[in-house]
Design a protein around this ligand. Structure first.
Ligand SMILES: NC(=O)C1=CN([C@@H]2O[C@H](COP(=O)(O)OP(=O)(O)OC[C@H]3O[C@@H](n4cnc5c(N)ncnc54)[C@H](O)[C@@H]3O)[C@@H](O)[C@H]2O)C=CC1
Ligand SMILES: CC(C)CC(=O)C(=O)O
Length: 366
């Protein structure tokens, strides 16, 4: 990978490599765009096949956060971190504290939170070294684990997408195939079960599927069977690139609406599912609940205010579908248009000089 060529192609601002020999920390912070405000995005800990794969993941996820934060109406830019390592074996206190010091060194250009492989306890360790971290324990007056709120947002967005496909937003009796029943999808399954949807689930973790079967009466299938099951809605809630050349011919669903980041392997896959008449709820619009929730901490966390904003994911999905219909384009393109137009409008409105460059962080009650 030619790093500067890649950074230039998608206009990234900064890529930071963090190494701490004693704790084993190997982290990559990618900052994509800070036009709207400081870059906020979670920290993923994962066993990458290569350093190049880790860099690529950080870059793709950071760009996704720029679009997610812009589309959600947040005054925040996009960034993300990946820590190379196995979250079950390689974590230690020194690692997260060393990482916290690296974040502090960026002086507010990047604010972190949880993602796959990291927890509230990890954020609390980072918080020992820096204030530029969200999703820390409610004991600090913060919002805690963002996953249940992400799930609620996905549930709201799924209803809006269902309304477009089925003429009603009721999910009662609908068959929903859920891929991965981790932190977000477990909570999503609860909402769906409460509304009377029938669940088909899969996960590589046997305990996770067993819990969904016991608590929600979910039918369990093998991981590679989830794409082809008879269902109304497919909800990808594990990792990215699951909408691709291999999986698309297997799809029976009329709606794709799930929590995973970067669901389309390539933009062409968004075009193909559009041509097939599938209603696709763009990933970064539907899964913004978590970031909306943690971002509220920057104003002094108020759960009621945050949840009201998360409710609006329903309207945001409706808006995206409306743009797609108006401009005769796929929904992923409509979402990009919505996010890019907001960034551009804000970039253009920032033409006057302001002493000390007032931004969102100056309001935070540290
Ligand atoms: N946690 C949050 O608030 C947010 C999460 N997301 C995205 O949602 C997705 C899920 O996040 P979490 O629930 O937090 O992660 P998680 O790690 O708790 O859950 C992911 C689940 O997927 C399973 N899985 C992994 N590979 C699989 C495969 N090939 N087939 C079936 N299952 C597989 C894992 O065993 C795990 O149970 C991720 O893509 C994440 O980036 C997006 C926005 C916010
Ligand atoms: C988990 C969130 C709090 C932020 C994030 O990184 C995301 O939405 O993907």
């Amino acid at each position: 990978m030619e790093i500067f060529t890649y950074l230039e192609q998608y206009d990234y601002e900064q890529l930071v490599f963090c190494q701490d020999k004693q704790s084993g920390l190997k982290a990559i912070i990618a900052i994509h765009d800070t036009t709207l405000g400081p870059a906020l995005g979670g920290t993923r800990m994962w066993t990458y096949a290569s350093e190049e794969a880790a860099i690529e993941d950080a870059l793709r996820l950071a760009k996704g956060m720029t679009y997610k934060n812009a589309a959600a109406g947040l005054n925040l830019g996009g960034g993300k971190t990946v820590i190379i390592g196995d979250p079950r074996k390689d974590k230690n206190e020194e690692m997260f504290r060393a990482f916290g010091r690296y974040i502090q060194g960026l002086n507010g250009r990047y604010i972190t939170a949880e993602d796959v492989g990291t927890t509230v306890a990890d954020m609390d360790l980072i918080h020992e070294e820096t204030d530029y971290v969200t999703g820390i324990s409610p004991a600090f007056g913060s919002s805690g684990n963002p996953s249940p709120v992400t799930a609620y947002g996905v549930y709201r967005g799924m209803k809006a997408a269902a309304k477009e496909a089925f003429g009603t937003d009721s999910l009662e009796g609908k068959v929903v195939a859920v891929q991965g029943v981790g932190n977000v999808a477990y909570n999503l399954c609860r909402h769906l079960h409460e509304e009377g949807a029938q669940l088909i689930v899969t996960d590589i973790n046997k305990e996770a599927v067993q819990r969904a079967a016991e608590e929600f009466g979910a039918k369990v299938v093998n991981p590679d069977e989830i794409y082809s099951v008879e269902c109304d809605i497919y909800a990808p809630c594990a990792l990215g690139a699951v909408i691709n050349d291999k999986t698309i011919p297997q799809f029976k669903a009329k709606v794709i609406a799930g929590a995973a980041n970067n669901q389309l392997k390539d933009t062409k896959h968004g075009d193909i599912i559009h041509e097939m008449g599938i209603v696709y709820a763009p990933d970064y619009v539907i899964n913004a609940g978590g970031v909306i929730n943690v971002a509220d901490e920057l104003y002094g966390y108020n759960q009621e205010r945050a949840l009201k904003k998360v409710e609006q994911i329903y309207t945001n999905i409706e808006k995206v579908i409306g743009i797609a219909k108006r401009d005769q384009i796929p929904t992923y393109m409509a979402a990009d248009r919505m996010a890019e137009e907001r960034i551009e409008r804000m970039r253009n409105s920032r033409s006057q000089f302001l002493q000390n460059g007032h931004h969102i962080l100056s309001r935070r009650k540290f």
